[in-house]
Write a protein that binds this ligand. Structure first.
Ligand SMILES: NC(=O)c1ccc[n+]([C@@H]2O[C@H](COP(=O)([O-])OP(=O)(O)OC[C@H]3O[C@@H](n4cnc5c(N)ncnc54)[C@H](O)[C@@H]3O)[C@@H](O)[C@H]2O)c1
Length: 406
């Protein structure tokens, strides 16, 4: 039986008085491939500490074992190298892969790895490899994760867990359960400074039941972003819903049970009839969800509205709210400073989430416990968006959402 994630952190908790979370909470997270390289100064009076949490809570190794890892996918975002696996003291990079030989060679070079394979399918046959980081095209995520699990590998994978297919979601869920291996989706919002604080306070009872949450992923893109086999071209916005949905599901580990979603047909070229393979007319979709606690959540995605960009959110509960800072009835709040990182590991992009996601995955394997974003959380974040898009295509019809539990 696995333990809950972050139990290992509880002993590191220090009780502090919360004030504000500054720019991160105001939405100054950077978006796209790179993400914010440096998180905004954090809790007032502790800004220096928040940027260097090791001052309060030094990172403590849980093992001296090295996990043997394979890195797969080095596309537009060059993502397999972005999380810092290659610098983690508990990781040995055994091999890397990309279908394009030049990308594969570059990935090998930047990670200092000698061994390459021409594809994921070849790499996962290597018995030496215990775990893989998959940064391939979203459309292949479910298939690639299932293949890797079948070959006995723990799986870390980028968002979304599946791309538009409810059938693949069920197959992935079954494959993870059957394997008994660690599966973690790298949802970057989960280690944003504000979302991390929300989660700690929620778990300590500082919000009570969440009555209303809002999550947004605003990312204007005039020409669209390049991608392998064009999977991004004209994609339904709510098929990429995890950055926004995390602002409820990543806080509570709850789910959305039903949805009504609206879209506005875009004037952009790639959303016109016949111009994308998804038959999708929308670049903006706004979903209203019923939550598993009986509350409401409004989750938004937009690619055709210029201006402010970000992956942001805020929540309101029976005992308190979080709009950049906690305001509520609870006076003694838990420690809100994000986990420390091993020496040499950068917190990295997307609001300082990259290094922490990677360390969480590695530590979960070493401790044989559930990772922060397990398969159920990943699917609850992803599948609700798939149903939301279906609702938008039906003019906002209320639709039930499949539920996953681990
Ligand atoms: N904030 C975030 O969490 C965030 C931000 C950006 C990108 N992403 C995710 O990162 C992933 C990668 O994004 P990208 O823009 O680099 O994608 P991409 O489409 O540009 O590149 C995918 C790469 O995977 C490789 N690939 C596909 N099938 C393969 C196989 N069988 N074996 C080996 N290599 C294979 C391709 O050759 C290509 O180089 C995506 O899943 C995307 O959703 C997440």
């Amino acid at each position: 039986m696995r333990n809950n994630p972050f139990n290992h952190l509880s002993s590191r908790r220090k009780f502090i008085k919360l004030t504000g979370l500054g720019a991160a909470a105001l939405g100054l997270q950077q978006i796209g491939c790179k993400g914010g390289e440096k998180p905004a100064p954090a809790i007032e009076g502790l800004s220096n500490v928040a940027e260097k949490p090791e001052i309060l809570n030094p990172w403590v190794p849980v093992s001296d074992r090295k996990i043997r890892v394979g890195l797969i996918g080095y596309g537009v975002c060059k993502f397999s190298a972005a999380f810092g696996f290659q610098n983690h003291p508990n990781v040995e990079i055994v091999a890397v892969s990309d279908l394009f030989p030049d990308r594969c060679a570059e990935l090998a070079k930047v990670t200092g790895c000698k061994k390459t394979y021409p594809s994921l399918e070849e790499l996962i046959k290597d018995d030496k490899i215990e775990a893989v980081m998959i940064s391939t095209d979203a459309a292949s995520h479910a298939r690639h994760a299932i293949d890797a699990l079948k070959h006995g590998k723990h799986v870390a994978i980028n968002v979304p867990a599946v791309f538009g297919s409810l059938e693949e979601a069920d197959k992935l869920y079954e494959a993870v359960k059957k394997s008994g291996l660690t599966y973690m989706m790298f949802e970057t919002s989960c280690f944003h400074e504000d979302l991390y604080a929300m989660r700690q306070i929620y778990n300590a009872g500082g919000f009570g039941k969440l009555i209303y949450s809002e999550g947004e992923y605003w990312h204007y893109s005039e020409k669209g972003i390049d991608s392998y086999k064009n999977w991004r071209h004209g994609m339904p916005p709510q098929w990429y819903p995890t950055h926004s949905n995390a602002y409820y599901i990543g806080v509570t580990d709850g789910s959305f049970t039903e949805v009504s979603c609206l879209g506005t047909p875009s004037t952009m070229e790639r959303y016109q009839k016949g111009n994308n393979s998804y038959n999708n007319p929308f670049a903006t979709e706004i979903a209203l969800f019923r939550t598993s606690e009986g509350g409401m959540a409004r989750m938004s995605r937009s690619a055709d509205t210029p201006g402010f960009s970000g992956e942001i959110g805020r929540i309101r509960g029976q005992k308190g709210s979080f709009y950049g800072k906690y305001e509520g009835l609870e006076k003694n709040l838990p420690g809100l400073i994000r986990p420390s990182l091993p020496p040499g590991i950068e917190a990295g992009g997307h609001g300082g989430s990259h290094g922490r996601l990677m360390d969480e995955f590695v530590t979960a394997i070493l401790q044989n416990r559930k990772p922060l974003v397990d398969v159920a959380v990943a699917l609850n974040m992803t599948v609700s968006g798939i149903v939301a898009h279906e609702s938008a295509m039906k003019g906002g019809e209320w639709m039930k959402i499949p539920q996953y539990k681990f």
